[in-house]
Design a protein around this ligand. Structure first.
Ligand SMILES: N=CN[C@@H](CCC(=O)O)C(=O)O
Ligand SMILES: [Zn+2]
Length: 419
């Protein structure tokens, strides 16, 4: 039997617990469920109790001697961070494109010339399943050291049956073998592969008729994502793909309005997507439609910075009633980072989220964006014991001292994975 773990005397414990169990917007994004001199009792992989140190001392009075004690005096404690949007399974690297963009090329110039997503697709097709496993496991290790305990991951660097399945199987194996929880998304509609150039609708048919049934039969994904963007998939094609996915039980997500306004936010609301991603150029109508439909805005400020674009209007979205989540977008082209702490900092600096809103966006709302809010994203009895102990005293300091990894210790399912 493993010992219970008792974290006590946290300077500040941000539980993120609220009675209401739906994605948070407006004022609800600022309510962090703070406890001073906070304490958590973890056992059997779950949070058993949360409160002040005094409360837990009384509650577990006859079992205190059994526990492994962690003295969190002077430290902030939060739920494990959740990254709801990554392309973490990929082969190769694209550092030359970083230089090309600094020399003046745009993201779309590079992609249209056969680079970008197409370049990673070539390298991912060439990589063996074992190579992808090893490369992805290293990235997941890095996520853990940045306090991230749950990660969504997309296929989409295969764009043929064989390699899409290879990526999804890598995620399935890593879900079993790596401490991080990996949540799989099928994204066969990441781009139109080169061999279908000029025959875009045929690729959409192929995806709907050949790929979706296999992905669904093998239970390899929970979500279905589309890059709806001028020159990639039109809103009509995107709608067909997302609607077809729903018939197989896959929940829609959509890369929307990243480069140009293209009706992506409106489409997300129309098809009932759980989240819409990027949204740098989303229209006012689209944002209003998302607020109405309850679609979460998954915003990616590190991508905007890396592409030297103005970030999405996060402040305005929250004020308009949209629930906002944030993510690294970890991918080899437009955001090769695993640092959710940096993403929280950028959410404050470039999108004017408050420090409290940024923490909600990286925990509870991020969990909602991948349908995991009943398990992770807040510290409450019965939820997974995914906990981060930070080398700062409070959540404001976490966002204020930017660009530094303040993680001290991480527990995943009650097991210490970062010491
Ligand atoms: N925008 C589309 N897809 C990814 C980038 C993928 C890549 O460049 O390899 C994104 O979310 O940023
Ligand atoms: Zn993406």
């Amino acid at each position: 039997m493993t010992k219970p773990i008792w974290i006590k005397h946290a300077a500040q414990l941000a539980t993120l617990a609220q009675y209401e169990q739906s994605p948070r917007s407006k004022e609800a994004m600022s309510e962090l469920g703070l406890v001073e001199d906070g304490s958590i009792w973890m056992e059997a992989g779950l949070v058993q109790a949360v409160g002040t140190t005094k409360e837990l001392e009384e509650r577990y009075a006859d079992r205190l001697h059994e526990a492994e004690v962690v003295d969190a005096t002077g430290h902030l404690v939060t739920p494990g961070l959740v990254d709801p949007h990554t392309h973490v399974v990929y082969g190769g690297s694209r550092e030359r494109e970083f230089e090309m963009r600094l020399e003046g090329a745009t993201y779309m110039d590079i992609m249209n010339a056969g680079g970008g997503i197409h370049a990673t697709t070539r390298m991912t097709r060439e990589a063996s399943e074992q190579e992808l496993m090893e490369q992805t496991a290293r990235r997941l290790d890095s996520f853990l050291t940045h306090g991230v305990t749950t990660v969504e991951g997309k296929s989409g660097y295969g764009m043929n049956v064989e390699t899409e399945l290879k990526q999804l199987r890598v995620m399935k194996r890593l879900q079993e073998e790596h401490p991080i929880d990996l949540v799989p998304t099928f994204m066969g509609a990441h781009a139109v592969p080169n061999d279908y150039k000029g025959r875009e609708d045929e690729y959409v048919d192929h995806l709907i008729n050949e790929m979706l049934p296999i992905v669904s039969k093998e239970k390899l994904a929970e979500f279905n994502d589309v890059f709806c963007e001028k020159g990639v998939f039109t809103p009509e094609q995107s709608e067909r793909i997302l609607t077809a996915g729903k018939k197989y039980g896959l929940i829609p997500k959509i890369h929307a309005d990243e480069i140009e306004p293209y009706g992506g936010a409106e489409l997300a609301a129309k098809v009932g997507a759980i989240s819409a991603e990027h949204l740098l150029k989303a229209s006012q109508e689209g944002i209003a439609a998302m607020a109405k439909s309850g679609t979460i805005a998954c915003l990616l400020p590190a991508t905007a910075l890396y592409l030297r674009e103005e970030a999405a209007p996060g402040r305005m979205m929250i004020d308009e009633g949209v629930a906002v989540a944030i993510s690294t977008d970890c991918n080899p082209g437009s955001s090769p980072t695993t640092s959710m702490p940096l993403v929280m900092n950028l959410a404050c600096i470039s999108m004017r989220l408050t420090p409290a809103e940024a923490l909600t966006a990286a925990t509870y709302n991020a969990a909602c964006a991948i349908n995991r809010q009943d398990k992770v994203g807040s510290l409450e009895a019965g939820k997974q014991a995914d906990v981060v102990l930070w080398n700062v005293e409070n959540y404001q300091e976490l966002q204020y001292l930017f660009g530094v990894n303040h993680v001290k210790s991480v527990w995943k399912n009650g097991v210490q994975v970062v010491k």
